[in-house]
Design a protein around this ligand. Structure first.
Ligand code: ADP
Ligand code: UDP
Length: 237
């Protein structure tokens, strides 16, 4: 498939049109951002690591019956995906407390939840991705009740698949962010699942092996992503 012009340059990936109206090429760059794009740094091997990581996870999810946008890895940093009409919200599932929920509710990092929580955030960097609810989504026309129900159902199903996958590798899936979109009317998982958009801790030591290493200046960011990939059996070449 032929790569055409860049359509959208996000904080970490670029989206290209192709000669096929139903597909995009997604390029994973080395850019790493935090705090709604206020901090941006290039991290060697990050694009490649996240492209391989995402492809591996998306294929596992597909095997488990989740509809996903990923079709084919084209090279180390590029992936062919279905062109989706994105629902402009982020779906966050949490098994343990960390990040914004600690600030919002004054709870300790590491508190294990009695059951997983689900939250919607509007994708809007200028407004710092405010939390929104089902009613906002319907009233503003960002999505329908049916799409909301499906996003929740798929997000929780993904939790079961991925908690088990990471558990086998001695890792705790603390939380993660998902984005969904429509492909000819069918809701499917889009964007990316990588240590950039989730929190993963070593089960024994609780060492952070995700983007919090970048946010908190802990160093060894890509080395941690590579360690997770190795532990779950995800090839990086
Ligand atoms: P951001 O926009 O948050 O800075 P990225 O740099 O990751 O994020 O850019 C990727 C963009 O592509 C995101 O806006 C995401 O919603 C969008 N996207 C992800 N998957 C698809 C897809 N299959 N079709 C269309 N857009 C997509
Ligand atoms: N997340 C993300 N993109 C965002 C906001 C959050 O990928 O724009 C991920 C984040 O990495 C974490 C989860 O979603 O795994 C929950 O994030 P939280 O609400 O705690 O916000 P944070 O404090 O990380 O900004």
């Amino acid at each position: 498939m032929e790569k055409k012009q860049e359509l959208y340059r996000g904080k970490a990936k670029s989206v290209y049109e192709t000669d096929d109206a139903d597909h995009y090429i997604m390029l994973y760059r080395d850019d790493t951002s935090a705090f709604d794009g206020k901090v941006i740094k290039q991290l060697d091997r990050k694009g490649k690591t996240n492209n391989h990581f995402n492809f591996f996870i998306m294929k596992k999810l597909e095997e488990a019956g989740i509809p996903v946008h990923v079709e084919k890895m084209l090279n180390d940093t590029e992936c062919l995906v279905k062109k989706l009409e994105m629902v402009p919200v982020e779906c966050v599932v949490r098994n343990f407390c960390a990040g914004s929920i600690c600030r919002r509710l004054g709870v300790e990092e590491g508190l294990e939840l009695k059951q997983p929580t689900f939250e919607f955030f509007l994708k809007n960097d200028e407004l710092h991705d405010p939390m929104v609810n089902d009613s906002h989504i319907i009233s503003f026309g960002w999505g329908t009740q049916e799409q909301i129900d499906k996003m929740k159902e798929l997000s929780f199903k993904i939790n079961e698949v991925l908690k088990a996958l990471f558990d086998k590798a001695g890792l705790l899936l603390v939380d993660y962010k998902l984005e969904f979109g429509l492909y000819h009317g069918q809701l499917m998982l889009g964007d990316e699942f990588s240590p950039d958009g989730c929190r993963l801790w070593d089960k024994e030591t609780r060492k952070k092996l995700d983007k919090d290493r970048f946010r908190q200046g802990l160093g060894g960011v890509i080395e941690a992503y590579e360690e997770v990939a190795r532990r779950i059996g995800c090839p990086l070449d």
